[in-house]
Design a protein. Sequence first.
Length: 270
Amino acid sequence: MNNKPVLLFALLICMGWVLKAQPVFKNAELEISLIEDKVWIIETADNNTMYVVEGDEKALLIDTGTKYDKLDEVIKQVTTKPLSVVITHAHADHAGNIGFFSEIYIHPADTVLLDTPYEGKIHFVDDGFTFELGNRPIEVKHMPAHTPGSIVLLDRKTGSCFSGDAFGSGQVWLQLRPVAPMKTYLNSLEKMEAIMDSGISKIYCGHYPFVKKSFDKSYIDAMRELAKALIGGKDTGAQPYPIKASIGCDNPMIVTKDNASIVFDPEHLK
């Protein structure tokens, strides 16, 4: 592995400079870039996102995307430390490539959605579970709504949250079966706001190529205001949503505030 990008990142951080993502590997299917100290983002040609976080002793792969050739070997381009693999939720665009790994971690509520054939060992995680990477604990928080078992991963070392699709990537999909009441999403948003008040400042989403940035607390605040308005029956200016997902409701709607949008099933607001 070439350590020059890592050394450059550390030098610029010490000097107080802002550093853009530094590409370290690329092929026809994906590109890997360094975005934080020992944190890499994997952006795929089909607009999915994975993250690798490395501690002193171990590394963590967050999500596996859809189908990419030899993903396990690709990860070795940035770390050769013992690797754990955690799935933020069981939709195929985040869990489709789990077959390259002998063990995965996932919230038990999402195993019913796991339609990718898998013969390895499954470990269950929930609030309170921590991946100990060596001087870098990564905390699990359960944030249901997009799916029953959606989780986010907190890296307090960098003030970062890796959110999968729990809060969307500018647009959260809550019209997918099994559809949760909007109150479930509101509870997750309020939980995330409290976490951000305690030191998490950046949310790295599950489809980063669409936004090319992390989200701050204002994004979660806007989502909360939208959710509360929908629950309260207020006129939000909601419009029909043109995309009909195969596992979605028949008549999805979309509502927007600032840089945040909620796609929802009007039959499941309460």
